[in-house]
Design a protein around this ligand. Structure first.
Ligand code: ADP
Ligand code: ZN
Ligand code: ZN
Length: 818
């Protein structure tokens, strides 16, 4: 009898590939185990066993596998089903799902780069001969390709050697160069050694009698230390003593106080303290909790709609507690950007070591560690908090999935395939595990709220902020009127300017939101109207003043700001529009004493840029934070009393059917950062269009009207949730060929599917990285089978690919495009 396995390869192949194995191997191998297999001329890939069987492939002769990589499956059967669903639904291959679902370190392949591991000292004596050869080669050059290693040890099958070298700490794979996720440092303060003695302290206070502010700080610190065994943060001391940073600093300079740092490790919870007790829910939270539990009993997906700062997180915590009591695993999914230390330490505070964090900022090793803990069903990973990729961990017994901020469009993976929506894939995963699933948001997506409305989902709501804090007071500021009355200071209306001034005087913090980064989106010549364009993309370059550069936000191209217009030569270049950098610059002149910081892609790019800024702002080391939508997400700052939106119009004018929904969500979320404690928060929204219905709805917190109007529009224009949509993007570097190809495809689609095919059309940015783009949009009404439609599209793609001149045109499917 001959034995075979079907293998999933991490590449876009329509079919599984079959390999020959021996009888012993057949007895050993199970689905979900990895094997090294040859593919193509000389490549070795890591493949995943899908099935062991005895049917020889018909059209090719099965090659033998190279080797077996696992002793036990690393992927379980539920995962394989889930992957298959994703591949079918999102029109990609299961190999693409495989590639994106597992940590890169699991996918050793022949194109992997091998690097010297400089962080560990190698004991040469433990190396076998072939291992030593690789080690030696790496002393002379920083990296090797797999083929080169193959040549060095004169063997084709090098995976075992590489694996051993990794284990011995000699080499790293390219993916392993990612930055470690470093622990956060918190500043603490204590009295200098010599003042621990009471007499000395007495003498010191005498000395300081002419500096009442300083002696107040010293006294407060003394009291704090007496009543509190824990280290004292500088911010705590500031609060307790009423002293300023400058006073504390001068005491530190005089060595009266001593400053020190402690790591609060984010990844490995050190668990020095007992976990906090869960908070008692208030009546509104309790009611929501009961409604959710009831809905769970009916096995329904449930939506928790609670206004910002209503205490949704505490409700999740309750549900998680219940879930782990039953010994089941819990998954807390968040959009990448909302995954903050604030939330992580909150959960670790309750659940201690049971919490594992999983997201792309972590190094491959750390991700592998979490993966293995989940696989082994360890206590350590009973609760996983993570971004969308956390969906793919090898859970065996999920009891609860929470999808927080479910409205966030960043749950949808845009590139590469699988272009899945993590919320929707989570719902499917919950079904496979028979698990509960809760979607939470202050501003639910139109889809989810509609599902709740028609009874498909259960629904629970909290309409009040916790602690009876009022919803922020939102005021619209008419920029047209303000500039007519000459009340503008740069991009600040007088209203906003005065409000910032007032907040600063009160010692409160301010958040300013501007949706664009950089200094100005466009540089334009006032003589001839020319504005510098990216040579690779069809967009104007954005001006970044800090580096005096023009940059493309699509491909990263940059050039120095020219002295004069490249078209007409006049030195009359001027900027149009504005970004975060310009807001920051203007603040420097308007509020020279305020400490201002900027949070956008440019300032958070470094390893921990994002965390650092949040921590500093949290610890009140700055007064004003200017940022893009990064600062909307789930952040809980105590001292922010004012939020200003610099210009709401840019949000309303996107050419996208979701622009209005998104604008409502974004503004409501940013506004929600204001006044989360006692004092009522103030939000000022500047706009040239203050009577726009969406801005009115934001200012009156009127989600329901927003929902009704948006749903009506969606129905009128046949968009989701009324219809499903599939967007097909075509890419090619030749303009004409792309045009022809897309016309051909659209015609074929219309012949099969009839009227609901739009395009082909150029998107607003029609060329990116020298590739032209064109889209076709397919709308699928409820009466039409989605499965059949997808099959029809795939069939058309087959014929398309058989036309020689079209074959090089890339076809990209985006199902439920958002
Ligand atoms: P949301 O997630 O709805 O924005 P949070 O869960 O962050 O709201 O709660 C807002 C604030 O109220 C947090 O600082 C939280 O600690 C506090 N809070 C919420 N519920 C309770 C409770 N039951 N007891 C004490 N404090 C609570
Ligand atoms: Zn010009
Ligand atoms: Zn570009």
């Amino acid at each position: 009898m001959q034995y075979f396995i079907d293998v999933i390869l991490p590449i876009p192949l329509e079919k599984l590939f079959t390999y020959a194995i021996s009888q012993t191997e057949a007895e050993f191998l199970r689905p979900g185990m990895r094997v090294g297999v040859p593919f193509g001329k000389s490549k070795i890939y890591t493949g995943l066993v899908h099935q062991v069987h005895t049917n020889a492939p018909v059209v090719y002769e099965a090659k033998e596998i190279d080797r077996i990589l696992d002793e036990d499956p690393i992927i379980n059967s539920i995962q394989l089903k889930h992957w298959q669903w994703i591949a079918d639904y999102y029109m990609c291959t299961i190999g693409e799902v495989f590639r994106s679902a597992v940590p890169g370190a699991f996918l050793l392949e022949s194109e992997t780069l091998i690097l010297r591991n400089d962080s560990s000292k190698v004991d040469e004596s433990i190396l076998e001969d072939d291992e030593f050869l690789v080690f030696e080669a790496l002393q002379h050059q920083p990296l090797l390709k797999v083929q080169e290693v193959s040549a060095i040890i004169d063997r084709k099958n090098i995976l075992p050697v590489l694996n051993r070298l990794i284990e011995k700490g000699v080499i790293l794979l390219k993916e392993e160069m990612y930055d470690q996720y470093k622990p956060k440092l918190v500043r603490y303060v204590k009295l200098g050694e010599e003042y621990l003695d009471e007499e000395k302290l007495e003498a010191l206070l005498n000395d300081l009698s002419r500096a009442p502010k300083q002696s107040q700080v010293v006294l407060s610190l003394f009291q704090l230390q007496a009543t509190n065994k824990k280290p004292i943060k500088i911010s705590e001391l500031e609060q307790a003593s009423g002293g300023s940073k400058a006073v504390i600093k001068s005491l530190i300079d005089k060595n009266i106080l001593e400053e020190y740092f402690i790591r609060t490790d984010r990844v490995n919870y050190e668990g020095e303290e007992d976990n906090y007790a869960l908070k008692a829910l208030n009546e509104y939270q309790q009611k929501a909790f009961e409604d959710i539990s009831k809905s769970f009993q009916e096995e329904r997906v449930t939506l928790l709609h609670g206004v910002t700062s209503s205490g949704k997180t505490e409700v999740y915590v309750r549900l998680i507690e219940e879930c782990i009591q039953k010994g089941k695993q819990a998954l807390y999914l968040l959009p990448e950007i909302a995954l903050t230390t604030q939330l992580i330490s909150r959960l670790q505070g309750y659940f201690g070591e049971k919490v594992s964090v999983y997201h792309s900022k972590y190094s491959v090793q750390e991700r592998v560690e979490v993966w293995n803990n989940v696989l082994a069903k360890k206590d350590k990973a009973q609760i996983v908090i993570g971004a969308r990729s956390a969906l793919f961990l090898p859970y065996s017994d999920l009891g609860l999935i929470v999808v927080d901020e479910e409205h966030e469009s960043s749950f949808k993976q845009f590139d590469p395939a699988p272009r899945y929506h993590a919320r929707d894939a989570a719902i499917v995963l919950a079904k496979l595990h028979n698990s509960n699933i809760l979607l939470g948001s202050a501003t639910p997506s139109i889809e989810s709220f509609n599902n709740a409305r028609i009874g498909k989902y259960g629904y629970a709501t909290i309409t009040r902020r916790f602690g009876n804090v009022l919803m922020p007071d939102i005021e619209l500021v008419d920029l047209k009127e303000q500039s007519r009355k000459r009340r503008m200071k740069g991009h600040f209306s007088e209203r906003l300017f005065l409000a910032i001034q007032e907040a600063l005087e009160e010692g409160e913090q301010v958040i300013l939101f501007q949706n664009r980064r950089g200094y100005a989106p466009i540089v334009e010549c006032t003589t001839c109207g020319h504005s510098p364009q990216c040579p690779n993309c069809d967009v104007s370059l954005t001006y970044h003043q800090y580096k005096k550069q023009l940059r493309c936000h699509y491909c990263g191209y940059h050039m120095a700001l020219p002295e004069s217009c490249q078209a007409c030569g006049s030195p009359t270049l001027d900027t149009k529009g504005f970004g975060t950098e310009q807001v920051e610059k203007e603040l420097e002149t308007l509020f020279p004493d305020a400490k201002t910081w900027r949070m956008d892609l440019d300032t958070t790019r470094g390893k921990h840029g994002y965390e650092k800024i949040i921590t500093a702002f949290e610890q009140q080391e700055m007064d004003i934070l200017v940022g893009t939508q990064m600062l909307t997400k789930g952040l809980d700052f105590r001292n922010v009393s004012l939020v200003g939106i610099m210009n709401a119009d840019s949000l309303l004018n996107f050419p996208d059917y979701r622009a209005h929904e998104r604008c409502f969500q974004l503004l409501t979320q940013v506004a929600g950062r204001a006044g989360r404690t006692k004092k009522r928060g103030k939000v000022l929204i500047q706009s040239y269009n203050p009577y726009h219905q969406i801005l009115q709805q934001v200012s009156t917190h009127d989600y329901d009207t927003m929902f009704k109007e948006q749903l009506y529009e969606r129905e009128q224009y046949k968009y989701p949730p009324r219809n499903r949509i599939i967007k097909i993007t075509f890419k090619h570097k030749e303009y004409n060929r792309l045009n022809e190809a897309t016309e051909w495809f659209a015609k074929a689609l219309r012949t099969t599917l009839g009227g609901n095919v739009l395009g082909p059309e150029y998107p607003p940015v029609a060329r990116v990285r020298n590739q032209y783009l064109k889209n076709i949009l397919i709308k699928i009404p409820h009466s039409q089978s989605v499965v059949k439609t997808k099959l029809a599209i795939k069939k058309i793609e087959k014929s398309f690919n058989s036309v020689a001149q079209y074959r090089s045109v890339r076809v990209i499917y985006n199902v439920d495009h958002i």
